[in-house]
Ligand binder design. Structure first.
Ligand code: SAM
Length: 213
């Protein structure tokens, strides 16, 4: 059964503080992620504002901001948004649901969604990608990151907190098909094995896709 949004939100509220302690500085140890975000930042500077979608404590937004992007962050969890605001007072963070964004059509030049699509059930991914396409300007750029696989990992406890979370893995070809169905043009794709001692030991996939002009 699909995970309900309230449970997802409350679960991330529970771990928000610990997430900062453990994950906030992770980009220091992730060279490919930095390289891809550098490319994203360079491109969106000429396209319009960018959104860090499912921003958690906002470290992706901060990285993009430091590279000259006009960026904001959106997250389902008010606990995460609060952490993000405290850590990055120069950046706007809002609560929101990527499945139904309170955002006008064609306002953003880019969306970077790092490990947030992983909470969208397979049958709803195309709908969410169509929502991304709606809010992107023509030629707008999407950078998606997710865990490669077919499984759904459910956890009831995370860092000593009671949660209920599904982590949905996707195959690269599967996500590429969702993107094409949603009307995106595929631009580039990267895969890498996990960095040891830095992150959960899963294969990582990054896709650049573009809204047609
Ligand atoms: C694994 S964390 C990733 C956070 C951050 N992007 C990163 O790379 O560390 C997933 C985040 O997505 C958010 N999220 C999950 N479903 C969402 C939705 N429907 N809309 C917006 N944010 C969502 C969660 O609240 C959580 O902060």
């Amino acid at each position: 059964m699909d995970q309900d949004v309230d449970t997802l939100r409350e679960s991330y509220n529970q771990v928000a503080e610990e997430y900062v302690a453990r994950i906030y500085h992770e980009l220091e140890h992730k060279p490919l992620d930095r390289e891809l975000l550098d490319r994203f930042a360079t491109e969106v500077r000429g396209l319009g504002p960018a959104c860090d979608m499912g921003c958690g404590p906002g470290h992706i937004a901060q990285y993009l901001h430091n590279r000259g992007a006009d960026v904001l962050g959106i997250d389902l969890s008010p606990g995460m948004v609060e952490q993000a605001r405290q850590l990055n007072p120069d950046i706007e963070f809002r609560e929101g649901n990527m499945a139904s964004l309170d955002v006008d059509d064609e306002v953003w030049g880019g969306i970077a969604a790092f490990y947030s699509i992983i909470h969208i059930p397979r049958e709803k991914v195309t709908h969410v990608l169509q929502e991304f396409k709606r809010v992107l300007r023509p030629n707008g750029l999407l950078l998606l990151a997710f865990h490669q696989g077919q499984e759904i990992n459910h956890i009831d406890e995370w860092w000593g907190k009671k949660v209920s979370l599904d982590f949905i893995f996707f195959q690269r070809a599967e996500m590429e098909a969702y993107l094409k169905t949603a009307g995106f043009e595929l631009e580039d794709c990267f895969e890498r094995p996990p960095y040891q001692d830095v992150e959960v030991q899963t294969q990582r996939v990054y896709i650049f896709a573009r809204k047609p002009r």
